[in-house]
Ligand binder design. Structure first.
Ligand SMILES: [Zn+2]
Length: 82
C-alpha cells in the first residue's frame, strides 16, 4: 500500500480499493478567550484566517489564540473504474 500527503486526492491505495478525498478540506476557527467561532470556511481556509485576525483586532490580543478544526470527506472506491 502507498500513502500520500493529505493534499493529494488519494490517501491510501490498496490492491483492490482506493481511499481518496471527495472534496477540499473545510475548517472552523474558535477563539480560546471567548468561544466565538468563525463560520465554516468551506474550501477557503484563508477566510477563517481573516476572521481570526479581525477578531483579534476587534477584541484585543487576549483574543489572539484559536483552536482550528479542519475536516475532509473520504470515500473508498474500487481501484479500477469504481
Ligand atoms: Zn474572542
Amino acid at each position: 500500500m502507498n500513502t500520500t500527503a493529505a493534499t493529494g486526492h488519494v490517501v491510501l491505495r490498496g490492491a483492490e480499493l482506493v481511499l481518496s478525498t471527495e472534496r477540499d478540506a473545510a475548517c472552523v476557527v474558535r477563539c480560546l478567550a471567548c468561544g466565538a467561532e468563525s463560520e465554516s470556511a468551506g474550501q477557503h481556509a484563508k477566510a477563517a484566517a481573516v476572521w481570526a485576525v479581525l477578531h483579534a483586532h476587534e477584541g484585543g490580543l487576549e483574543h489572539g489564540q484559536f483552536l482550528v478544526t479542519t475536516w475532509s470527506h473520504w470515500r473508498v472506491r474500487l481501484r479500477c473504474g469504481g
